[in-house]
Write a protein that binds this ligand. Sequence first.
Ligand code: DX5
Ligand code: ZN
Length: 229
Amino acid sequence: MKLPPNLISPSLLSCDFAKLAEEIERVENAGADWLHVDVMDGHFVPNMTIGPPVVEAIGKIAARPLDVHLMITDPLKYAPDYAEAGAHVLTFHYEVAGSTAGAREIVRAFRGVGVREVGVSVKPKTPVEVLAGILDDVDLVLVMSVEPGFGGQKFMPEVLSKVRWLRERGFDKHVEMDGGLNDKTLPLCAEAGTNVFVAGSAIFGAVDMAATIRGFRESAERARTAAHA
Ligand code: DX5
Ligand code: ZN
């Protein structure tokens, strides 16, 4: 099975929000493929981040596609706002949909407002099998490798089997891993079949951001080659 290209999606959650425009330019120049934007509502997760006006501002200055991760209870209500703000990928959580039918309704609504790539995400404790009925409808599955809400947490290796399950059953679109990625954990994700790598603290906390992104890219390619050798 041919997997989509490896993509590095730095999470802006770990950037210096007081210098948002400079941080976006810095991470794009350092080699980011996508910009991961974490949207939290203080309800689905115990934290609040940014809303549509800020995503719109990011969309205006970003040169790279926005990879918007909605950790919110009501994605249907806000989808048009995020679509208009320029989300290229818009990902909702399966947990708020609660069923295959509910998830299909959200996918339809996202496509209806012009979202190019629709993603669905599962929290670490949600079994990936719940997605069986929705895989044909989505462009991306985001596997959370920490409890959503905060950057800088420890990677949970038990979620790697979710990626393997997706690839084994022939899912050949994007599989994204989010939470606790660094030079040790990223190769494990790549080996399992992940192709989109989100990293916040490891990239924005790096001494040399460009070298870190380059290192991630090389180690993802190496792990992929080894896994398919
Ligand atoms: C957590 C967010 C992540 C977070 C990752 O809820 O979805 O995108 O920013 O941060 P690190 O890479 O620091 O774990
Ligand atoms: Zn995220």
